[in-house]
Design a protein around this ligand. Structure first.
Ligand SMILES: [Zn+2]
Length: 322
């Protein structure tokens, strides 16, 4: 195992001396081909936990969490002799170009996991994820108010991993759990990381947080505590599946009917009934159209005042699962 040796300066009776102190730490590894930076701590001998941020280049909340977690997770990895891997910037070029997709392959990386020849970053990521005990994938929607949401991935063909993922979400306890079952999954989600992990028996969850401009420091701290709890539970010898069950929802999305400036008229977590106006679109002719919901449920996310194109997501409504 590699140990990083850090020069530490100490003050002793007013004389500064430099001592060589062997320290455990984050090993930074830069993959030249994919330009992906990895922070690695500990041995893979016991268990391996991987946290991924910015699979979508325009989603920047995750690195704010990783900044805090970097410090908090190091003692956990040392104490439990496990390996923790942080990937703060998966879609590096997407971050540079401020785009959701990978600008090199022009693809949504979160739809490439089942491709025969995926972009090199995805092939590289798959190797890292192999034999993981827990994979956490961090997302947010830009310029959007978002309730802390956990994404539950299940497959009817694999009860064991489905209940394991459910237990993980109960430990993390987000405000809303949104359920994706791959057997009835809408076609647009094929090739996603969660589906690939679930089908490869790797326990996983994804979370969606507030967009960075709305993410308060207190929320960052609270989410990091939840992540810490999740990791400690994964690493404990007697992993008790949490039996308390949070309500699970299906997420219904309201898309923009035209281009224009969207102005929201509801707040996140507000209960809305079918037919309720959730906002308006002012087109560039200064005409206004109201946007109504076709679903009854809680508002999971709602766009801030922003210019939208036809077909863009405006809001997500959590509808009770039957
Ligand atoms: Zn995303």
């Amino acid at each position: 195992m590699q140990q990083s040796v850090k020069l530490r300066s100490e003050k002793t009776t007013g004389v500064r001396i430099l001592s060589l102190a062997p320290m455990m730490g984050w090993e930074k590894i830069f993959n030249k081909k994919t330009k992906i930076l990895i922070l690695k701590s500990g041995n893979p001998g016991n268990k391996k936990v991987v946290i991924i941020s910015s699979l979508h280049g325009n989603e920047l909340s995750g690195f704010l969490l990783l900044k805090k977690l970097k410090k908090a997770l190091l003692p956990i990895s040392e104490k439990n002799q496990c390996q923790i891997i942080l990937i703060p910037f998966l879609n590096v070029e997407g971050i540079r170009k401020k785009t959701r997709n990978d600008p090199i392959s022009n693809q949504d990386l979160n739809r490439c996991f089942e491709k025969k020849n995926p972009p090199s970053s995805i092939s590289f990521l798959k190797l890292i994820l192999k034999n993981s005990s827990l994979v956490l994938d961090l997302h947010c929607f830009p310029e959007t108010r978002q309730t802390l949401t956990g994404l539950l991935f299940t497959s009817k063909k694999n009860e064991k991993i489905s209940s394991k993922n459910k237990a993980l979400l109960n430990i993390f306890s987000p405000k809303i759990i949104w359920h994706l079952d791959f057997d009835d999954l809408d076609k647009s989600k094929i090739g996603s990381l969660g589906k690939w992990l679930t089908e490869n028996n790797i326990p996983n969850l994804a979370i969606e947080t507030e967009s960075p401009e709305f993410l308060k420091t207190t929320e960052v701290i609270s989410i990091c505590q939840k992540i810490k709890k999740l990791i400690i539970s994964t690493l404990s010898k007697n992993e008790n599946p949490n039996t308390s069950c949070l309500p699970i929802f299906k997420r219904k999305v309201i898309f923009s009917p035209k281009e224009g400036i969207f102005t929201p008229e509801v707040k996140k977590m507000e209960l809305v009934k079918k037919g309720k106006i959730i906002g308006s679109i002012t087109d560039l002719n200064f005409g206004e159209s109201k946007v109504v919901t076709n679903f009854t449920g809680k508002v999971v996310f709602i766009r801030n005042t922003v210019f939208v194109k036809k077909g863009e997501k405006l809001a997500g409504i959590a509808v009770k699962e039957e």
